[in-house]
Design a protein around this ligand. Sequence first.
Ligand code: ADP
Ligand code: MG
Length: 587
Amino acid sequence: MAVNLAFARATRGVPQAMIAAVAVVALAYLLPAEGYYLNILMQAVTYAIAVSGLVVVLGYCGQISIAQAAFFGLGAYGVAIGTVDFGLGFFPAWLCGVAAAGLLGLILGVGSLRLGGHYLAMVTISFQQILTLFLTNWIEFTHGPDGIRDIHRPALGPISFAGGHAFLALCMVVLVIVTLAVWRLKTGRLGRAMQAVRDNELAAGTCGINVFATKVIAFGLSAVLGGIGGGLFAGGFQYISPDQFTFGESIVLLTMALLGGVQSPFGSLIGTLVLVILPEWLRFLKQVYLAVYGAAVILIMVFLPDGLWGLMLDRVRLRAKPITGAVPDLPLLGQTGHESTEIVLKIDGLAKHFGGLKALDGISLAVRRGSVHALIGPNGSGKSTFINVITGLYKPTAGKVTFAGHDITHLAPHLRNRAGLARTFQNIRVFRGMTVLENVMVGAERPGNDIAEDAAKVVERALAALDFVGLRGDAHRDVGALSYGHQRYVEIARALAASPQMLLLDEPAAGLNLTEKHELGELLRRLKGHGLTILIIDHDMKLVEQVADHITVLNFGRRIADGLPQNVLQEPDVIAAYLGEPANVAA
Ligand code: ADP
Ligand code: MG
């Protein structure tokens, strides 16, 4: 397999990390580590660690968190209370603080189950405020507003980190490790899952991603990074008080992330440095410095929506090369299929009501393995609703869905995908913040897929799926840069990469031009030739007639015909439904 996986290898940053760590220690000793300068450096480095947590939760996973200072504070208070009041060493105390932060982060993440956007932001703000109240008022435990002084710095065997240079070096090494880890996370399976959730939650679920668990993990990781930074902050300044971990500080941390570029830990690092150093530079402006500082931040954010790092990245991306080399075909292509008598999908009395509207009203049908089953009907007849209920996006009002012998009626969408159901959407749902290849990789690495555990094979499988739809040459491009038709193909490739038992296509020809429609027909015939079971919704009768083995017709949520194409399309009811006879229109 002569695939050029150079970019995948570049993400294995362990040797680079070693070199960077040595360089960083040397740098720490070259920097001025006393008084004023030490304070600025210590603040920048420990803040940068906390800000990289925002890269994970907001940049990667798209969940707003305005409580990073609270997690930072938990780490700091862990070290302070642990070393001063409980006589713990720095490292055990740090661990306690980080664990407390991580645990509360997970709990906050659980809160994201039903909440999104503004509501989630408000929950994180409330959490932040509660923590501030707690730090200020539980005086016996936290020392209250006076804060805690004489916080210990660590020693590791014979190495003492008590001196300014030594402790700064420790902080910088941790920063390097955290930055590289967060960077690597992005190109790994978990990071891709987070980005998929950020870009399109519904599609992520139907691609086999456990959306809820992914969000909770993102919150937990983000809180842990906040705690790690906070613990070092406490050791660095050796004095902390509640006013250092307030809502205002959370906003500062968020601004740092957004300013540098929340999609990348390098961005957050730049943002942190700028926001720590800029006010110091501007101090010569005396009274107006805060105004100039504020204006500078606003200007950068307005004109660089992807932050300072985004600006640099735009230049780097231009150099991305197409990935060449042969890859093994999709496993599907090794098969030649024909319709079998086995029923792979069985629907009994399926109903879905939206208030008084019966979008589905007792539908039953059976799809045979290896067949192409078309679902047709006028607009609003319930076709998309049908697919949404089958793939778990809607809960049915009544009825039963059996797939490959298992009752999946109440299964979550990601589990249905893992069972072998893949789909595309009537309104395209690709992951817009990702490349074409990454989109398809999300499909390939669904848990349970034969190659899902092997990163190199996931890339190969994704490339094979792109080969199949003819988009290999666009693998490295941003998916949003493709035409509408090609984005549909990306969706199909993403579904195929998961090696599904059955593919559900909701109006794949909608919005395509004539050439693209023709190509799609070709593609469907190829899939059919390899025996993939397909349920297709489409309006294009010519396409349906060409590929379908079986047609079911819906009208007003009811099944009005079902059978072989030549018979079904002759039925008066079907013709009437399509021509829109008054009796139907009036109902
Ligand atoms: P089709 O795909 O056949 O054009 P749909 O399944 O999208 O039709 O819609 C069937 C009916 O259900 C329509 O009347 C539509 O307005 C209604 N419907 C679909 N989804 C919802 C929803 N989430 N909430 C309320 N009504 C819905
Ligand atoms: Mg529809």
